[in-house]
Every structure is written in C-alpha cells, then in structure tokens.
Design a protein around this ligand. Structure first.
Ligand code: PLP
Length: 389
C-alpha cells in the first residue's frame, strides 16, 4: 500500500486531507513524492516560523538532540530555564509553564485563572468568558472555551463554567460580566480559525478596563497570533495593553511541539508544586528549537513582516475576484468572489499551498519568505481568484 492507502486504512478519520503527500521541505518550498515543488503559504498552520527545516534551527535542534534529548521535570535543564528567561524578558511576564500544544497552554491558563479567582473572591467565581467564533483547542475543557456550537454538539457534556460574548460587541461584554461570577476573559486578538478577524481596539480596551475594575483575569490566547506572526512578538503589543496571562504554542518552537503559558506578576505565585505538570513540557530539544526561533524574532524581522503584509494587501485588494482582506501582519484572511475551496484547489494545482479559515482564504507564510517566492505566490493567488477564466 502507498502512503495514502495506509493512512486511510490506519489513521483515525479526524482530518480531511488534501490529496498530497509531502516528503520534504526547505524554507518556503515543499516537495511531494514525485519531486514536484510547491510554495507553502500555510506553514503547518503558523508553526514553521522560518519555513521547513531552517538550517539554523535544525542545527540547534540536532545539537541538543545529541547532547540531552529528554529528562523528567524532576530535574533542572538549561534550555528550559533559558527559554523561560528570554520569554519573560521580552514580554515583562514573571513565570512560564511549558506544555506541548496550544490546547494545553490554554488548559494551564484556565487552571491558573480559576485558582486565582477562587482564592481572591470565592469558589463561585469560576466562569470564564470567551468570544463567539473563537477557537481554543480540542480537549473537553478547551472545546467548552471554544465559542462555536458545531464543535460541541456530539461531545456533551463539556466542562462547565463557560459563557460566550459576541466579538466586538461591548454591550454584550458588559452584560455577560454583570450576569456571571467571572474569573477570567479569554480571547484571541485576531480570531484565527474563526475567520482571521481582528478585535477592534475599542473592544480590547473595554475588556481590559472591565477586568481591571472587577479583578477579572485577562487571558490572551496567542497560540496562533504569537511569535512574530502579526508583526510584533505578541499581538497584544499592537494594542498597547498587557494581559495577565499569555498562552502560546504553534510557531514558538518553529516546528516542534511546545506550549507556553506566561503568568504576570500578580499570578506568579498562583501555582505550588503538585498543582500542574506535564511529562514532556519543557523538553530540551523543543526548548532549544524555540530559543533558536525567539532569538531571531527582532525588530528587523518584524519590519519585514509588515512590509510583506503590506505588499500582499496592496497587490490583492484591487485584484479581480477579491472582495476584502482581513487580518494582521502575515496572518491574512481573504474574502473572494469564488468559493474558497475552488481557489485553494486551483492554487494547489498551480503549485501553491494555501488553506482556509471558515469561508476565507487564509495566508500564513513563513515570516522570512523570500521576496521572489512571495511575488510568485501572489501571482498564483490572483490567477486563482480571477472571475473570468
Ligand atoms: C491552533 C490553536 C489552538 C490549539 O492548539 P493545538 O496545538 O492544536 O492544541 C488554540 N488556540 C488557538 C488560537 C489556535 O489557533
């Protein structure tokens, strides 16, 4: 049996895969089993921050793999400690908990917020408000946090204590804060899976002032928006606010599984030994990969991210078949005249890998995608979007 046949026979059918087997990749280019080349603007869903198998990253990972691959969290290791230091220095946060995925980073954020609220205000202050159309993960608790009924229906009952606010609706936000005993508000600055929709500055300001007035914890889910994706290290930096908790994962380790939950000063002592843990969390190889990525996420790169985002917007906003463009930095959602599936398939046939978010075309290129590669990709997108063939 070939790879596709083996996969259909033995892999649980949770994914709708494209008819493509990727065998290798370098930077922004991927290759299939026949050696055909594709430009990749999906980066494993915002994971391959510097593209496939980046040389500097691969060297850091390989060197760590042959020095110390894994040990338990009963012992200290340098990559984990150094990465936590770097994250705290660059965000102003005080403590970090490492896990393996976005869902787990959010689970930790929820546990931290609930423990904090219970101690400060009483055991009945457990409700976490999230936003409609959000995405926070696939575990039973992060599914409850995800404000989309379609994800919930067949898995009830979910973890209790979640309520949902309409994104960018300040009235609804105020009412939900009044009607519940709220421990925390959790949100994505740009809703990724929900359609690449940024929160308005007014709505974000309303969240932060309501939370300050009511001693409610702010949790920024930066799993997708984090690690340079929006043209700042974390998206909150574009809004001039500071969350109490930041969760991140996806692009953090540039292609290895690593989640991080960062706690600000006021939550820094919330956990005591035994409260939380993860066997693989803070694994030395993953942390070495993340150190390599994070040390290269600097102002020069962010300027490039913004310049490339501007280029994509200016080229596509007036293109035939493009209705509008949403997003921030190199996390873009394009509304097209033609159905998005048609465009994604046409791009793939022409050698370009793009994905969708709801009904929009979603672009998540490597942050260092070369200009000539980007220009070719934009031409392919224009061709695919064209209404008259
Ligand atoms: C992808 C994503 C998650 C879930 O991350 P996993 O690593 O798949 O568990 C959570 N929140 C947001 C905003 C995401 O984009």
């Amino acid at each position: 049996m070939n790879v596709k046949e083996l996969d259909s026979k033995y892999i649980a059918h949770t994914y709708g895969r494209f008819p493509l087997t990727i065998t290798r990749g370098k930077g922004s280019l991927a290759y299939d089993e026949n050696g055909r080349e594709y430009i990749d603007m999906s980066t494993g869903i915002a994971v391959n921050t510097f593209g496939y198998s980046d040389d500097v990253w691969a060297q850091a990972v390989a060197s760590q793999a042959s020095t110390l691959s894994h040990t338990s969290n009963l012992y200290f290791t340098e990559p984990c400690a150094k990465l936590a230091e770097l994250l705290c220095q660059r965000t102003g946060m005080s403590k970090v908990f490492f896990s393996n995925s976005g869902a787990e980073a959010n689970e930790c954020a929820i546990k931290a917020a609930r423990k904090y609220a219970a101690a400060r205000r009483g055991n009945d202050y457990f409700t976490i408000l999230t936003l409609r159309n959000s995405f926070h993960g696939r575990t039973i608790t992060t599914l409850a946090a995800t404000g989309q009924d379609t994800f919930h229906n067949e898995f009830l009952p979910l973890t209790e204590g979640f309520d949902y606010v309409e994104a960018n609706n300040i009235e609804d936000l105020k009412n939900k804060v009044k009607d519940n005993k709220v421990a925390a508000i959790m949100f994505e600055f740009v809703q990724g899976e929900g359609g690449v929709t940024p929160l308005s500055k007014e709505f974000v300001d309303a969240i932060f002032s309501l939370c300050a007035e009511n001693d409610i914890v702010t949790i920024a889910d930066e799993v997708q928006t984090g690690n340079g994706r929006t043209g700042a290290l974390y998206a909150y930096m574009n809004y001039g606010v500071t969350p109490d908790i930041i969760s991140t994962a996806k692009g953090l380790a540039g292609g290895l599984p690593l989640g991080a939950t960062m706690l600000s000063d006021k939550l820094s002592e919330v956990f005591v030994p035994g409260d939380h843990g993860s066997t693989f969390g803070g694994n030395p190889i993953c942390c070495a990969g993340a150190l390599s990525i994070l040390s290269r996420l600097d102002d020069e790169l962010f300027a490039q991210v913004k310049e490339k985002a501007e280029y994509i917007r200016s080229e596509l906003s007036s293109a035939d078949g493009v209705v509008s463009i949403d997003g921030m930095g190199l996390m873009l959602g394009i509304t097209t005249v033609k159905p998005v599936d048609e465009i994604v398939n046409r791009c793939m046939a022409d050698g370009l890998l793009v994905i969708k978010a709801k009904t929009k075309l979603r672009l998540l290129p490597a942050l260092n995608i070369p200009w000539d590669t980007l220009k070719q990709a934009v031409e392919n997108i224009k061709t695919a979007c064209k209404t008259e063939a």
